[in-house]
Design a protein around this ligand. Structure first.
Ligand SMILES: Nc1nc2c(c(=O)[nH]1)N[C@H]1C(S)=C(S)[C@@H](COP(=O)(O)OP(=O)(O)OC[C@H]3O[C@@H](n4cnc5c(=O)[nH]c(N)nc54)[C@H](O)[C@@H]3O)O[C@H]1N2
Ligand SMILES: Nc1nc2c(c(=O)[nH]1)N[C@H]1C(S)=C(S)[C@@H](COP(=O)(O)OP(=O)(O)OC[C@H]3O[C@@H](n4cnc5c(=O)[nH]c(N)nc54)[C@H](O)[C@@H]3O)O[C@H]1N2
Ligand code: SF4
Ligand code: SF4
Ligand code: FES
Ligand SMILES: [Mo]
Length: 901
């Protein structure tokens, strides 16, 4: 970038062209106060705390460009006086508490302290009142100086546009744009406005006045979603005072969402499990760890005696750390002697893993999110990042607001769809046809990169043969997407210079989810937009905080740590060498197979480490039957979840804020997890529990600490050999593949060759096949399930926080036309019935839906959404078809509205 020459109080500096005078002053190391300025936001120039003289004029440095040859005066006494006067005017109108804390107070108090403005200056009487309606964001109007930082934060970083400045002159104050109380506004509680507010007008409950300095501080990684936000946890007396976004976080860069930032109230919930529980006479009763472990050891030995090692199975946890998952799979393979281990990737992105490995060789997104963010065209498919990956959603939205082209493919009008150049609304379950239609058009319009295809990809003739059957008008008939929209999208994606594909569960959770991933990958390959500088490939927004890691660590029935196959003698030999024990050769059972085996009586013992299968797996009635059929169910939990209620032994665990280890986020970055608190009562980490269970069976799993476990994993898995706790503590995040400690980690994959055996990408010629569930006369409506912003999966944690005040019930989004048709009223209960069972939800009229389709989340197990969903699953990976369930709707008697015909 070109620089310019500027002189600041006699010091010559070279800011970049386009920088402000404020940047130049800082480069010169000269002190200059600011109030309305935040580096992340467009400058406002309203407070006048940063007045300087430049070219003879008095100007606000934050809004004045640093032009070549500028001579800036900052320190002169007369300028200091002007600045002090400006701030004094602001402060004089504020009540005395505005300057509480002085040098240890809020930003305004610190600035005043530095400028020598006496605390008595603040003499305002206030009287404008507070808004404490929201659980996490509180407003003290008397402290608002109308600097607008909060408004800009909400617009320019978060993208929610919830705030505005109202009133005139000295009475100007921030307010929700909807009028009314904050709790009823559009605010999604990202906390950004609280962070940037310099005065304490916006605060969160619990945050100590002096900020980080007033409490103990632990930097860790969020334990909710796969974005992997780095967070700073402030604690006092072993309790969380506040959780702030870490400004050095590689993904979040000082931002976060309501879950990571505020949803920690579950920690102190009176329902938190603090002692082991054992079922006696049908009731779960507290026992000692010794009793619980002896019971488990006996039960496991009995199961193996009755049915061999394969009569035992484990469901590991994508909520737990890499080290815990590593140890869990080692336990199953070494201590029990079976490959029966799986994790919730099965329910989620198993099709991504299978599809991306088949197409490119490795199980993960092809690019880093930092690169994706520099794309000039985003194709977002079956993902709702504004709600499910809010920090990513916010970064994408800001890109789009700055002009990046956006295509959204989602049956619903999700947050990003409102900003899309084109919004495609395929009928749920028709993605493969849609993607083939796009591929057909790319080829027909000469937008494919034939040179790339020749050099780096296989399968073109077969694909072209198949694509003849997918012209736009036929695809319109299959998917409901207008042919001209399809063509417009193929042109946008095909003509972009650096396109990127981002996708979610709307692609994977289908009967043909893996085909969906492959057909989507075809687009990037046809376009030569993967493994090259001409695009950013295809990137799944992986869900759980550590679902990538749980699979990386080999908590899968056919895969060892680092993706060696259990059927590959070389991969087995490497693990056997490190573990000093044989590795079973037969692939184990997947989660749905475990339940089927339990019902059939061949699976005797099931160990569940942190998944609420009864609430979150499909066809819940049959899941409960499976658990009831086992002679031993062990469940490691924070709470007495629906699953724990059916277990024989429940072990209390530490949460992500109470343990040591690492997570791998959605773009393959290892990041450190550090304990900020001690676990309550007798709760232990999953790591300690796996060791204790092994000891109870007289097996020593080695790797005493999480650091040792990751180091050992690196010896089994060359992909991670260069990652260690010590390195992560030193360097922050490291992406895999990272084969040695000098390797920086490969954020962008396949630059030279793909990781398939022959180094070439594979196009897939998979025909479109219809979904497993189809509507009929009895079940005429398609139910799509997914996420809402305030709750997380089973809701076990978020329902036990004040998030319950932000979203208190399970709602069914219904198009007004359907509501009229079935006699449903907004806010009233509705019975939703599928071929398997019935759930009761609350109607929410929504124009985000297409008539004939309804949507709900599954965050309130008591409403029974997963009683409805079916056992149909991806034919390749067994990922459930959560996105398509045929249902019928009826008002709960006594609440019906008049029906229309
Ligand atoms: N707030 C919150 N955040 C979360 C979670 C949470 O529970 N709450 N869970 C985390 C987890 S585990 C995961 S996996 C991620 C999931 O994150 P996402 O994948 O973004 O989540 P979903 O809402 O399940 O599904 C995404 C979209 O797929 C669309 N869809 C459904 N069927 C089709 C189809 O046939 N074609 C297309 N193109 N689209 C379709 C749905 O309308 C929905 O908007 O979120 C993570 N983040
Ligand atoms: N209808 C429908 N159902 C779905 C989906 C959908 O889109 N629609 N999505 C599916 C997807 S993608 C996923 S990932 C699953 C998620 O399903 P689950 O994994 O069952 O959901 P969670 O609520 O994330 O976590 C389960 C439990 O883990 C516990 N827990 C949290 N941290 C820890 C820990 O460190 N250790 C241990 N041992 N336990 C812990 C929590 O208390 C919680 O009860 O749901 C699936 N279910
Ligand atoms: S908390 Fe976030 S979403 Fe809510 S008003 Fe503040 S910046 Fe906007
Ligand atoms: S975006 Fe995901 S990782 Fe970041 S704070 Fe929210 S839940 Fe945590
Ligand atoms: S910081 Fe420059 S005018 Fe406010
Ligand atoms: Mo997930």
């Amino acid at each position: 970038m070109e620089s310019v020459l500027v002189e600041v109080d006699g010091v010559t500096v070279r800011p970049a062209q386009g920088d402000s005078l404020l940047a130049a002053v800082r480069l010169a190391g000269v002190e200059l106060p600011t109030l309305c300025h935040d580096d992340r936001l467009t400058p406002a120039g309203s407070c006048r705390a940063c007045l300087v003289r430049s070219g003879g004029d008095i100007v606000a440095a934050c809004v004045s460009p640093a032009v070549d040859g500028a001579v800036v005066e900052v320190a002169a006494g007369e300028l200091q006086a002007l600045r002090r006067e400006a701030v004094q005017v602001i402060v004089a109108a504020l009540p005395p508490r505005a300057l509480d804390g002085g040098v240890d107070g809020r930003e305004l108090a610190r600035v005043c302290h530095e400028m020598g403005i006496a605390p008595q200056t603040a003499q305002g009487h206030g009287g404008r009142g507070r808004d404490d309606s929201h659980p996490y964001v509180h407003l003290d109007r008397d402290l608002c100086i109308a600097c607008g930082r909060c408004v800009r934060m909400c617009n320019e970083v978060q993208g929610t546009f919830a705030l505005t400045l109202t009133g005139r002159g000295a009475d100007t104050v921030v307010a929700p744009g909807t009028g009314g109380p904050w709790a009823e506004s559009d605010c999604v509680a990202c906390g950004g406005c609280v962070d940037t507010c310099p005065t304490g007008a916006l605060t969160e409950p619990g945050l100590p006045l002096g900020g980080p300095a007033a409490a103990e501080r632990t930097v860790t990684t969020c334990g909710y979603c796969g974005v992997g936000c780095s967070l700073e946890v402030l604690t006092r007396d072993d309790q969380v005072a506040a959780v702030l976004p870490d400004h050095n976080g590689p993904v979040n860069r000082g931002h976060a969402c309501v879950k990571g930032r505020f949803a920690h109230g579950f920690l102190g919930s009176p329902e938190r499990l603090t002692r082991p529980l054992l079922r006696r006479d049908g009731r779960l009763e507290p026992v000692t760890w010794k009793e619980a472990l002896e019971y488990i050891a006996r039960g496991l030995r009995d199961a193996v005696a009755a049915g061999g090692p394969d009569a035992v199975a484990a469901i590991s946890s994508a909520r737990a750390t890499n080290e815990e998952n590593y140890l869990a799979q080692k336990f199953m393979r070494v201590a029990i002697g079976t490959n029966n281990i799986d994790n919730c990737s099965r329910l989620c992105h198993a099709p991504s893993s299978a599809g991306l490995i088949a197409a490119f060789g490795l199980s993960g997104g092809t690019d880093t999110f930092d690169d994706v963010e520099t794309a000039d065209c985003l194709l977002v498919v079956g993902a709702n990042p504004v709600e499910a990956h809010p920090v990513v959603g916010a970064r994408l939205l800001q890109k789009v607001l700055r002009g990046t082209r956006l295509i959204v493919a989602d049956p619903r009008t999700v947050g990003l769809a409102r900003y899309a150049d084109v919004h495609l609304r395929p009928r749920p379950g028709t993605n493969v046809a849609l993607f083939h239609g796009l591929a057909h058009t790319l080829w027909a319009e000469g937008l494919a990169d034939e040179e790339f295809l020749r050099r780096r990809a296989d399968g073109l003739p077969e694909l072209l043969d198949l694509l003849t059957g997918y012209p736009p008008d036929r695809v319109e008939a299959l998917t409901g997407v207008p042919a001209e929209d399809l063509v417009a999208v193929a042109r946008l994606y095909g003509r972009a210079e650096r396109p990127a594909i981002i996708y979610g569960l709307g692609v994977t959770e289908h009967l043909h989810g893996t085909d969906g991933v492959r057909a989507l990958a075809n687009l990037a390959i046809l376009r030569g937009a993967v493994g090259t500088e001409r695009g950013f490939g295809i990137n799944p927004l992986r869900g759980q905080n550590n679902v990538q890691g749980a699979s990386d660590m080999g908590a899968l029935p056919d895969i060892l740590p680092g993706y060696g196959k259990v059927t590959d003698p070389l991969a087995r030999a490497r693990a056997e060498h490190v573990w000093g024990a044989p590795v079973p050769t037969r692939p184990g059972m997947r989660i749905p197979e475990m339940f089927a085996a339990a019902r059939a009586g061949t699976l005797k013992a099931l160990w569940i480490m942190g998944e609420d299968v009864c609430a979150t797996d499909p066809d819940g009635t049959r899941v409960a039957e499976a658990l009831d059929a086992c002679s031993l169910v062990v469940c490691q939990e924070l709470f007495l979840s629906q699953t724990a209620q059916r277990a024989h032994v429940v072990l209390p665990v530490a949460s992500w804020l109470e343990k040591d280890g690492t997570f791998v986020n959605f773009d393959r970055r290892f990041q450190r997890v550090r304990p900020a608190l001690t676990p309550p009562g007798e709760a232990k980490t999953d790591f300690a529990i796996v060791h204790a269970m092994a000891s109870a069976l007289d097996v020593d799993l080695g790797c005493r600490t999480p650091a040792e476990a990751l180091a050992e994993c690196g010896r089994v898995a060359p992909l991670f050999a260069g990652v260690s706790h010590e390195r992560l503590d030193r360097e922050g995040a490291v992406a895999w593949p990272c084969p040695d400690s000098d390797c920086p980690g490969e954020a962008k994959l396949y630059k030279e060759r793909f990781a398939t055996p022959d180094g070439r990408a594979k196009l897939a010629a998979c025909p479109y096949l219809p979904p497993g569930e189809s509507p009929d006369d009895h079940y005429p409506v398609i139910l799509v399930t997914g996420r809402r912003w305030a709750h997380y999966n089973s809701g076990g944690m978020t329902r036990r926080t004040d998030n319950i005040r932000l979203d208190g019930t399970d709602r069914l989004d219904v198009h007004p036309a359907d509501a009229a048709r079935y006699g449903l009223r907004d806010g009233h209960p509705v019975t939703v019935e599928s071929r398997r069972g019935r759930a009761t939800l609350t109607v929410k009229l929504s124009d985000e839906m297409v008539p004939g389709q309804v949507f709900c989340a599954f965050h309130f197990p008591s409403s029974g959404v997963n009683i409805l969903t079916s056992a149909h699953a991806d034919t390749i990976t067994s990922c459930p078809e959560y996105k398509v369930t045929a249902v019928r709707l009826a008002p709960v008697p006594g609440t019906a509205a008049k029906r229309s015909q």
